[in-house]
Design a protein around this ligand. Structure first.
Ligand code: T1G
Length: 655
């Protein structure tokens, strides 16, 4: 006998015999909005007061159980009941409450499941606490209930990293009691029948299974190191570890205080900005209703470091790949390079033997361009020279289908000029990967002037399929990322002339949270590319514009960066050391211009460099190269080591 009940717009109930099945339905991800919380609250009240109800099953509609608290409500006035109150009410129920986890149970969604008296999950379910990725800690009992179920070691790992676990792992660590063998709801109803009338097991009353404290502390130290500069991971792990020493009530109040403090912190605001920025970046004007072309076979021309990385990313995503090089030995070397990366993925456990064999089987290399004829899309990653790329594209024009996509991985050349040299410029786009391309998440999808929306949509969809973060950019020298990076470099060199030293500027930016300071990055990338560009620009450079020639002096002295053993720093045995010769060259350059150096504080260094990036960002927005400021933030965070917990240069400058 089934009776339908409505507890709110997003919460409904059905009586399956004497079990009340409560379904949460707040598309797209069942975020625990105020409306959903109120509906769940009413459902629990109904279950408590209706004698016909012996147990409750809570489940979600769609692909999520509950994706956590509604992040859009953060910073807004609180609406009752709060999530902690709902969670407490679930656990307090005298009638067994079963969580039937149909999909993702994240953050507050996992806390709802932990408060239930039993948990059963669909085999494809995922459970986790991603709060640290939002600069906060779980705030509805997760830091205290999780350790009581899985032990402190598993808890600090899950809560400290924010990484979800699959159903099998969740079952293995005791986070869930069962994985549904048949239909999830039927299995959950059977579980409810088996528990009804029995005393309920409350997670908060459990004692956290023992974990070796030394191992727990080691794990905390490892994760804290990786999360350099971020407050939340350390706090979250401290709370989870405290479950073995503090009472539930003490731990809960500490959790609440910590949650509220971090929720309003600058880091949390920045990470919320990044969360929504990633969602917005997927909404590209003009591509809303454009169907990407289907892609099966993909060609990669140039199998050097970048090409091999791109090829590996494509193979990992399941594409058939044809790698092309100018001659057989180079093609063989390219194949070996790709197989070497796959081998490393196998060794590190990122893929298993079956994956390795499947990907290797999907790989073919050739020195015959005509063998790329069956490709649906070809990406070139040959040397960044216009003549070489144009010749290649013109040959490809004659080989591949006219509707196949041609993509260039150029960093600085003009893809519009390249497209204009081909027979079908409408199918030419830019796909600018970042090295190592099989690791780096960012792909700049370059919307060439003559490219069709379908060509751009196809490139965009491909990048998503590779698990990358595609950001659409218009055409200008350096697109979004390298334009901002050039402004960053320019201001860094102005700071040098004004009185700061490379190591001071680097220290200030590394303290700010950059993965590496600018001068260390310049040395890593090599100084010759920027030098070549400065020489190219010299004839047309504005004589009134401020120009710092220190980098030119370095290059003329053969100091081309890490690979030449000397650049802004010296690299003895690979170790970066300050070189007095550079300090001397800087002093001479200042003297030649009659500049008296002054002491420059870290705050000013950071402010000027962020400011320079943001100013360039504004120019890119004015020129419609970037669609939104948050896209620029994502490019700098995912391609240039800008700390996500600062939100990106545009966000940081706006603060
Ligand atoms: N709140 C509000 N909106 C959300 C949301 C959330 N938790 N999660 C997703 N959305 C929106 C998103 O903005 C987008 O909107 C749409 O849903 C689809 O998302 C007390 C306080 C669940 C794995 O961190 O990781 O619980 O752009 O494109 O790729 O301890 O969304 O369409 O308008 O990402 O299929 C903790 C966040 C919260 C999970 C689905 N939870 N979400 O991925 O879809 S803090 C999270 C995700 C918390 C408690 C604390 C993913 C997903 P729009 P999408 P997807």
């Amino acid at each position: 006998m089934t009776t339908s009940l409505t507890f709110s717009d997003t919460v409904s109930g059905k009586a399956e015999g004497d079990v009340l099945v409560v379904t949460l339905n707040n598309p797209p991800v069942n975020a625990a909005s105020a409306e959903l919380r109120q509906g769940l609250w009413r459902a629990l009240d109904h279950a408590r007061s209706d004698n016909a109800v012996s147990a409750v099953v809570i489940t979600g509609a769609g692909k999520s159980f509950v994706a956590g608290a509604d992040i859009k409500e953060f910073g807004k006035p609180q609406v009752d009941p709060t999530l902690p109150a709902v969670v407490e009410k679930i656990e307090a129920s005298e009638k067994p409450v079963i969580a039937a986890i149909n999909g993702v149970a994240l953050g507050g969604g996992c806390e709802i499941a932990l408060a239930a008296h039993a948990r059963i999950a669909h085999s494809k379910a995922k459970l986790g606490f991603p709060e640290v990725k939002l600069g906060i800690v779980p705030g509805a009992g997760g830091t205290q209930r999780l350790p009581r179920l899985v032990g402190c070691l598993e808890a600090v790992e899950m809560i400290g990293t924010g990484k979800p676990v699959n159903a099998e792992k969740a079952f293995g660590i005791g986070l869930i009691g069962a994985i549904a063998k048949g239909d999830l709801l039927s299995d959950a109803l059977a579980l409810a029948q088996s528990l009804k009338g029995k005393p309920v097991l409350r997670t908060s009353e459990r004692i956290a299974p023992r974990s070796d404290q030394a191992t727990v502390q080691n794990t905390i130290a490892k994760i804290t190191l990786k999360a350099k500069g971020q407050m939340a991971p350390g706090e979250a792990m401290r709370l989870a570890a405290s479950a073995s020493t503090l009472s539930f009530t003490q731990g809960l109040s500490d959790e609440r205080e910590t949650f509220l403090r971090l929720r309003d912190s600058d880091q949390a605001k920045a990470l919320r900005h990044v969360f929504f920025a990633e969602r917005d970046a997927a909404k590209v004007d003009g591509l809303e209703h454009v169907e990407p072309l289907p892609l099966n076979k993909i060609g990669v021309c140039g199998l050097g470091l970048m090409g091999a990385g791109i090829a590996t990313a494509l193979l990992s995503a399941g594409y058939e790949l044809i790698g092309y090089e100018r001659d057989e030995p180079a093609a063989e070397a390219g194949k070996a390079r790709i197989l070497d990366i796959l081998g490393k993925n196998l060794k590190s456990g990122r893929i298993d033997q079956a994956d390795f064999e499947r990907q290797a089987a999907n790989l073919a290399t050739t020195a015959k361009l005509r063998e790329l004829a069956p490709c649906d899309l070809v990406i070139e990653a040959v040397f960044d020279d216009m003549t070489i790329k144009t010749e290649l594209f013109q040959k490809l024009d004659l080989v591949i289908r006219s509707d196949a996509i041609l993509a260039t991985n150029t960093s600085y050349l003009d893809p519009d000029a390249l497209a204009a040299e081909t027979a079908h410029p409408e199918r030419v786009i830019g796909l600018h990967f970042f090295s190592p391309a099989n690791i780096m998440r960012l792909v700049e999808v370059v919307r060439c002037a003559q490219a069709t929306p379908q060509a751009v949509a196809t490139g965009f969809a491909l990048a998503k399929k590779l698990g990358k973060l595609p950001i659409v950019t218009g055409v200008c020298e350096g697109f979004i990322g390298n334009s901002i990076f050039s402004a960053y470099r320019r201001e860094a060199e102005f700071l040098l002339e004004d009185g700061a030293l490379p190591q001071e500027i680097d220290a200030a930016m590394e303290d700010y949270g950059m993965a590496m300071g600018p001068f260390a990055v310049f040395d890593l990338a090599g100084l010759e590319i920027a030098w070549a560009r400065r020489k190219r620009e010299a004839p047309t450079r504005d004589p009134e514009a401020r120009y710092v020639d220190i980098a030119d002096r370095l290059c003329e002295a053969g100091r081309l960066g890490q690979k030449s053993g000397r650049g802004w720093y010296s690299y003895e045995a690979g170790k970066r050391t300050v070189d007095s010769a550079v300090t001397e060259m800087i002093a001479q350059s200042r003297a030649a211009k009659g500049i008296t150096p002054r002491a420059i504080a870290s705050e000013e260094i950071v402010k000027r460099l962020i400011g320079a990036m943001a100013d360039e960002g504004k120019t890119l927005l004015d020129k419609a190269i970037a669609a939104r400021a948050s896209d620029i933030d994502l490019v700098m965070i995912n391609g240039y080591g800008f700390p996500a917990y600062r939100g990106g240069p545009m966000f940081a400058a706006s603060r």
